[in-house]
Design a protein around this ligand. Structure first.
Ligand SMILES: [Zn+2]
Length: 119
C-alpha cells in the first residue's frame, strides 16, 4: 500500500492548504533566521513565502526540494533615509543625460571628471 505525504501550509487568501512535498521548496541561507519555504497555492495561484523556524526546517529538509543561497552583504545593510521615489529616478536620468551632453560638448567621455571642478 502506497502512502501519500501531505503537508499543511497556510495561504493568506485561502487559509489551510494541503500540498504534496514536490509542491513546496525550502530556502536555506547563510544568515541565521532567514530560512523560508515557498509554494504556489493550488487554489488561488498566489506565490506564498513564509519564514521557517528551526523546527520547520528540520521537518521539511528531508521532504522537499532545498535551495541554499548566500545572502549578499548589501541586502543586510540597514536602510535609512527617505525612500527612493520615481521622481528621484527621473531626476537621476535627467542628470546623467545632462552630464553626457556636457561631456560630449567638451570632448570628454561621460563620467570623466578629471580636471573638472564641480560646484
Ligand atoms: Zn491560496
Amino acid at each position: 500500500m502506497k502512502t501519500y505525504t501531505r503537508i499543511s501550509v497556510h495561504c493568506r487568501r485561502c487559509g489551510e492548504v494541503k500540498l504534496a512535498p514536490e509542491q513546496l521548496w525550502l530556502v536555506l541561507t547563510d544568515v541565521p533566521g532567514h530560512a523560508h519555504y515557498g509554494f504556489r497555492c493550488p487554489k488561488c495561484a498566489v506565490l506564498v513565502r513564509s519564514a521557517a523556524d528551526e523546527k520547520t526546517v528540520s521537518s521539511l529538509a528531508t521532504l522537499v526540494a532545498v535551495e541554499e543561497i548566500d545572502v549578499p552583504a548589501e541586502a543586510l545593510e540597514p536602510h535609512t533615509g527617505p525612500v527612493l521615489t520615481f521622481d528621484d529616478l527621473i531626476d537621476l536620468v535627467l542628470a546623467l543625460e545632462a552630464d553626457a551632453k556636457a561631456a560630449q560638448a567638451s570632448g570628454a567621455e561621460p563620467g570623466d571628471y578629471r580636471g573638472q571642478v564641480r560646484a
